[in-house]
Design a protein around this ligand. Structure first.
Ligand code: TRP
Length: 447
């Protein structure tokens, strides 16, 4: 590549952008949903363990690989192992990015629709049942949610065209802190609702009778999805990183922010579910029904509702950007396209792929794959299979092909010595691959 690769303008800028990628619908929509479906406390416990054993070390794997090669997800494997099929791992990542963004944008579109519903006071005075009816009317409509999905993709395309520093970095820095404050306020309100304590116990006290393989698989998928791992998003962000950056420190910081926000979202949603007598295993619609009920119980609820859905739309945007960026960076580096053209064409393709997911909440609801509608299938396929597979192969590549020793060397380029280098090498070479192989194998060949 002739042109010097763009770099993050500042350390804070990178950390915010990477945290902006991690924090999104995965925390606020998917975490409470998955905790609800998988029985609460036991799920949360396994999720936390897997964050430390797999999530944080894998984030370092991806960031170093990106910084070392200064390439996007396919190029990175090609640079370190020319003429080998390892680049296919990158191809898998690009495919995962395509599929995730397609349904992610549909859900983000629902959030945008809620912004307007709040701005026009449509939830005023509705009971939780009335809110549910309104939600179902929205998502089952064959046209309206597709238009919101189109709008969300158009926004994502707009930011990605502006490029790394101007687009991604600037926005992330401004908006993330506001979201955090709002989440804290809401969590305080939710846990003080009458009847909330039952939900609190349910979320925080592990009930080991609920611990089965599906809980573990669900928790693993949540770790990958939430931390943006397993498809090269962090790898691509790492490729814009300077050698001065302390990767282990940044990875820990990003992951802990992400976990903190997911737990906050859980503390908002789950106690409210119990307080309002709703059902925690509602699935994807959960937050869209519960949250408006919480807002109704507070003064200025409409205003808070408006702010909240605006901020999650924005959190979703900073995540969507990283998903699209993987596909775009790949087409710029490997196909030699201009940024503009890559972004528009891939964005358009992703929009089209998302339409079936949108319809699957309404007219196509009966079309099911392994008992899931198209949207939930796309979600499970990526989070529970493609991302862990991508993560496994990337880990093996770094641990054994590139070599854990060299990777630790790259991690120490910043001049800070990496105190956990030994532990990390053992995790990367042995522990992470074994856990991932076990979970993937058991998931694919149950019994
Ligand atoms: N982590 C984001 C969220 O929690 C979603 C996301 C962005 C993602 N980039 C990703 C998920 C890459 C998997 C892979 O909302």
């Amino acid at each position: 590549m002739a042109k010097e690769r763009e770099q993050w303008r500042s350390r804070v800028g990178f950390v915010f952008a990477a945290a902006g990628s991690a924090v999104g619908l995965g925390n606020i929509w998917r975490f409470p949903t998955a905790a609800g479906l998988n029985g609460g406390g036991a799920f949360v416990l396994v999720y936390l363990i897997l964050i430390f054993v797999i999530g944080i070390p894998l984030m370092m794997v991806e960031l170093t690989l990106g910084r070392r090669t200064k390439r996007s997800v396919i190029g990175a494997f090609k640079v370190l192992k020319q003429g080998s099929p390892w680049w296919l791992v990158g191809a898998l990542g690009v495919i995962s990015g395509f599929v995730i963004l397609s349904f992610y944008s549909v859900i983000a579109g629902w959030c945008l629709a809620y912004v307007v519903s709040y701005a026009t006071g449509q939830f005023s005075g509705l009971s939780p049942g009335g809110i549910e009816d309104q939600f179902l009317a929205l998502v089952s409509n064959p046209v309206i949610p597709v238009l919101w999905h189109a709008l969300f993709m158009a926004m994502t395309i707009g930011v990605v065209i502006l490029g790394v520093a101007k687009g991604i970095e600037r926005w992330s820095k401004i908006l993330m802190p506001i979201l955090l404050v709002l989440l804290v306020v809401l969590a305080v309100r939710s846990v003080t609702l009458e009847g909330a304590s039952e939900g609190l116990y349910w979320l925080l006290r592990p009930d080991f009778t609920r611990l089965d393989f599906l809980t573990i698989l669900g928790a693993l998928g949540q770790v990958f999805f939430s931390l943006s791992l397993g498809m090269g998003a962090m790898l691509t962000y790492g490729s814009y990183l300077s050698k001065k950056e302390n990767i282990p420190g940044s990875a820990a910081y990003i992951a802990l922010t992400d976990v903190g926000i997911a737990l906050l979202a859980g503390l908002i949603i789950i106690p409210a579910v119990f307080a309002f007598g709703l059902d925690p295993d509602t699935g994807p619609p959960l937050i869209f029904i519960t949250l408006p009920a919480v807002f109704q119980s507070i003064p200025l609820g409409n205003f808070f509702g408006l702010m909240f859905f605006l901020l999650i739309s924005i959190a979703a945007l900073t995540s969507a950007i990283s998903l699209l960026e993987v596909v775009v960076a790949w087409s710029i580096d490997e196909l030699g396209w201009q940024r503009r053209r890559s972004t528009i064409l891939s964005g358009l393709a992703i929009f089209l792929l998302g339409i079936p997911s949108s319809l699957s909440e309404g007219v196509w609801a009966d079309f099911q794959i392994i008992g899931l509608n198209i949207l939930s299938f796309a979600d499970s396929l990526t989070a529970n299979l493609l991302l862990p597979l991508g993560g496994l192969l990337t880990t093996i590549f770094v641990g054994w092909v590139w070599g854990a020793k060299k990777a630790v060397g790259e991690l120490e380029e910043s001049g800070d010595s990496f105190a956990f280098g030994g532990v990390w090498s053992v995790l990367v070479k042995y522990v992470m691959p074994l856990i991932l192989i076990y979970i993937l194998y058991t998931g694919l060949f149950p019994g």
